[in-house]
Design a protein around this ligand. Sequence first.
Ligand code: G16
Length: 540
Amino acid sequence: MSINLRTVYAFAREMYQKKSNARIQYGTAGFRGNADNLDSTMFRMGVLATLRSRVLGGAVIGVMITASHNPEPDNGVKLIDPKGEMLDPSWEVIATDLANVTDQELEEQVAKIIKENNIDVSSSSNVYVGMDNRYHSPRLLKAVADGVIALKGNVKEFGIVTTPMMHYYVVAANTKGAYGQPTEEGYYTKLITAFNALRGDKLENGNYRNLLLFDGANGVGARKMLQFIKRMNNTLNVEVFNKGDGKINHECGADHVKVQQKVPICMPKADPNTRCVSVDGDADRVVYFFTDENGTFHLLDGDRIATLFADYLMDMVKKCGLELNLGLVQTAYANGASTDYIVNKLKVPVACVPTGVKHLHHKALEFDIGVYFEANGHGTVIFSDNAKNLIKKAAGEGNINAKQFLLIIDVINETVGDAISDMLLVETILNHKGWDVKDWLGCYEDLPNLQLKVKVQDRNVITTTDAERICVTPVGLQEAINGAVANYKRGRSFVRPSGTEDVVRVYAEAATKEDCESLAYDVGILVHKMAGGVGPDLVH
Ligand code: G16
């Protein structure tokens, strides 16, 4: 196969011209921004994915068009490596350079990548592409596909899918079906078969009621949940809201519920203590919530889900009589009370890494069973080959608990955080324990916490270290934060530049709600003053 790199330039010149010279930066989960400016970036990421596949011997690479939790005008791209992980960090640099060269420099830049990575351009290349349900996603998906075609790669389009479905397809294809069939039906079948077998005919148990209200964030998660319901034989009674009539993530979805700590719009007034669940725009995050008999809102976030999983899985390991180590990975956003509970009550090793699933996933690989969750509800569980082999062996020898453990593994989408898969595991555990939301909430008491956003001229002036817990620049800001924190009992606060929005994030927690709010505002004002704040001081 002969490839003429001139074709890449021709596509760029005719259809995907770079509209702006403003530098685009590879963020927490890929490139993200206003959809009007992303055509050229998407085309170039199609080119990049094709080259990445060639470097890896033709393995399938995934490209997901989504801006996840961001508002409707935004879009973005997430790149998926062959094992379902986010794009390798060494290629983030290559992607950034490719996204930022001028149209005239593009051909030369592609030639440079080919040369430096020793790529055989005549070898086969396979790219899977999917998108969320934003109105600009089809246009941007076509740009990615054209990028693949420009380099004569094979492109397969999956239409509207959740981000975790794309990760699943990539791994299913690369493992030749060992992980599951790389189709939409294959995905549903794997998760539903395991969930139904785990549930058996005991749909209610103890305090657990078979009713769940689902907030779909007007995103693709709502559509796919409806598909699950059709195939589930009523094993889980789910009512879906925010199905797509309103704007994606607008006053609904997992990010809104977590940050604002309130019920999303368009949810019905349910009986007190009814379990409610919220996913984000591309269904890779999940949080639970409920309102009690006094009308008080309660959040069960990623930290709660992580502790529920870790506790249950440790119990499974013990019941199976296996020697497997389990560890939990969090970020600085984890509530201090959850970390205390993990260390002192669960007695599980816990690690803290910077924000971004790529960091958590990587760290979790160090354990036989690695549970990782961001407080915002982004996470999953991964099992080492050693763990899987030991569990399979025990099941083969007739160990009933190990057989159940294999079903648990099957209901988990190990490739990345998957809101629906995580939700099915939460429902399984609550049902097995006979728990309602109050039993779950009673495990530990969260410290009041609050997140704020501060607009600054250039968020990159903020740099951090120690898993984002210490601010290095602007010089003096950390000392000022320390001074503010010292005024509050159990106070903790940190700041970091967002990698998905043009803001600086402020996190604060303290012993009381009033102290926590006051600390967050103190620190927010410090950021505004010392890091070049623009506009109003703070955005909630
Ligand atoms: C992405 C990442 C998450 C991260 C979130 C917010 O989530 O995958 O790991 O927590 O962005 O990142 P930041 O604080 O840097 O803006 P999503 O669901 O938006 O893709």
